[in-house]
Design a protein around this ligand. Structure first.
Ligand code: V47
Length: 353
């Protein structure tokens, strides 16, 4: 049976077959991915009304692709106080925002207690606000720094109010590429182990892939295969988020930028290969809003959210520092022929706009 027929019949692809999907033309891939999207979500496109908080940019790790952490290219170290964070959460809740996404650099002076306390203070003040916090890279950092096991850190996160884990820190799982772009931080096996443990407690998380830098196509497929294997075992991933590499103010010297054509191919292939992950997010922050809207035709069914404030990707050139306006966002989804569906953090429908 040929590859296209296999995809049409929902037959799971091997690594080699998945790599050869890239040989298909973009529109064929788009049609195949769109079939999968339609079967799962029809014309619905999810988004949520959320707010990112990045409490500190002081980091003990040096990832070549990162423009956010304080370094000689970004000599602006900061660390927020609990009061500053609580003022933000008070404000966002009063404006109807339902999710706070808290991700930081690996700051040795921001202690484990500092995080646990801020989570429990937020939860005490706003029990209904969903806290999506700490990437597996941060869990690993905190475990090492404070001599705790992953199990202990995870249990502390849960008992202090964290509701789900974001997908950051996955980067690219291939060990050689990973060593080149972010040597010294959480390894691929550790990243996957942390999410496995999180899922084993009945909790949900997301998974990202940083692409468009020095990796090759087969590295992306390898990344997807490792996710597919873990998802078979746990079912705990809600969403796959391919993050397009942003090139400014960092130490990764990428000469040739990825094309929109290659980004859309990768989106479509993720939808086809990750047959067990229900949602595929076109993260407008790294793809641009325009391409994220087009990606709806290539398998994507989620556009993240309004975000309000974003520091990690905007430091590297993304035009996301101030988020997007809700009405405008909804109108863009509608005008591109899809139905905007406001969701909560766990993909329950809140409102069909
Ligand atoms: O892990 C850092 C990435 C991630 C760059 O789970 C870069 O819903 C592109 O994970 N170019 C953090 N990307 C953001 C993240 C995320 C975002 C939105 C939603 C969710 C979710 C997760 O940002 C990091 C890293 O992979 N990143 N630098 C850069 N130059």
């Amino acid at each position: 049976m040929n590859l296209i027929e296999k995809v049409k019949q929902n037959i799971r692809l091997s690594f080699d077959e998945a790599v050869s999907l890239y040989d298909l033309d973009l529109f064929t891939l788009g049609e195949l991915a769109d079939e999968r999207r339609k079967a799962l979500h029809g014309k619905q496109t999810y988004f949520n009304i959320n707010r990112h908080i990045n409490p500190t940019n002081i980091c003990k790790d040096v990832c070549k692709f990162c423009a956010y952490s304080a370094s000689r290219k970004n000599p602006n170290p900061y660390a927020m106080s609990h009061d500053e964070i609580l003022a933000i959460t008070d404000d966002i809740v009063s404006r109807g925002i339902r999710e706070v996404h808290i991700v930081s650099a690996h700051n040795p002076d921001t202690g484990l207690e500092w995080y646990l306390e801020v989570f429990s203070k937020i939860k005490a003040a706003h029990p209904q606000l969903h806290i999506k916090a700490l990437t597996a890279a941060e869990v690993h950092f905190l475990a090492e720094e404070y001599g705790k096991s992953y199990d202990e850190i995870i249990d502390l996160m849960i008992s202090n109010g964290v509701d789900s884990m974001p997908g950051g820190g996955a980067e690219i799982f291939d060990e050689k590429v990973r060593d080149y772009i972010c040597k010294g931080k959480v390894t691929s096996a550790q990243w996957l182990e942390i999410h496995r443990k999180w899922h084993e407690r009945g909790m949900k998380s997301n998974v990202t892939m940083l692409f468009g830098h020095v990796e090759e196509r087969h590295h992306r497929i390898d990344h997807m295969m490792r996710i597919r294997d873990l998802q078979d075992a746990t079912g705990g991933f809600n969403c796959f988020i391919p993050l397009v590499y942003q090139s400014e103010n960092n130490f990764l010297n990428v000469k040739e930028y990825i094309t929109a054509h290659e980004i859309l191919k990768t989106m479509a292939i993720s939808r086809i290969v990750l047959d067990n992950v229900p949602n595929l997010k076109a993260y407008w922050v790294t793809s641009t809003v325009n391409l994220a809207l087009v990606a709806q035709e290539f398998g994507a069914n989620d556009l993240d959210g309004t975000i309000e404030k974003e520091s990690i990707n905007s430091a590297a050139g993304a035009k996301s520092a101030n988020g997007v306006n809700l009405e405008e966002f909804v109108a863009l989804i509608k005008n591109s022929g899809f139905t905007p569906v406001e969701r909560d953090s766990l993909y329950n429908t809140i409102k069909v706009w």
